[in-house]
Design a protein around this ligand. Sequence first.
Ligand SMILES: [Zn+2]
Length: 296
Amino acid sequence: MCSKVAGHNRQKDFFKKILASGRINHSYIFSGISGIGKKLFACELARSILCSNGSFFEDCDCQNCSQVKANNYADLYIYENKELNVETIRNISESSGMTGFLGKWKIYILDGVEKLSTGANIVAGNAFLKTLEEPGENTLFLLITSKYDMILPTIRSRCALVNFSPLTFDEVRQVMVENNYNISDDIIKLSGGSIERGFLINDLKLFSILEYIKSKDYKSFTTYILGVDDLSVIKSVMEFLYPYALEMYKSSGSYIYMQYGEYILEILNRLNYNINIELAKHDFVSKTIEVFSERV
Ligand SMILES: [Zn+2]
């Protein structure tokens, strides 16, 4: 589960000092775009806190570290976004009030914690607030989000905020190399410092879409877009083309690219409200061809 953390040295230094001082807060929010290793960082921080040898973001094979790595350390709880609901929060509230099995820290990692601000989960969010207000001794909450603004203000105010920046080009490449992923430098550049985004660009072959547009191969572009049935893929294509549109605006000064960027944001927004996807795809194709056929 846990492996080497790339980058985020400022945050490592921050926590190193905190652990040395012993003045650790009960709850932190890790905020930053998705796919940059916030959860991995949280896992490694948890392991460092629990380690019997005092290792800090370094490999260690003590019993605690081995158990954390095998995902069976009794007092470390990791919840994914999809598991965050009323029942989970109830379990967390109950267990966090009790003494840990191993008599040391009890650590809770909640990934995608903004989910506790939406719909029926607000009840869970409010219940969780009570837990945060009265944390058990030696209980630590690490809340992870890529949508900090969505988190209930009452929860935000109970937690120390730690911001995470996108990874640098070299850090993304380092992760790709260490994991034997064959991702080109061009894709790394377009990943915006997010490993997740790099994979998405690679897996969906979004890069070839950019090539179609650049080479004015609108037939292939149209075939790709009209052939996609998955709404999330269409959204990814648009999210991918948005920064390219801005880049084109900056380099050419032609306002048409700025308008195209605004068009993408608008259609992305409309796609959240059950518009006819087939119509949206056709509209997107003709708009894209219209913009990029312009001579500037
Ligand atoms: Zn250890």
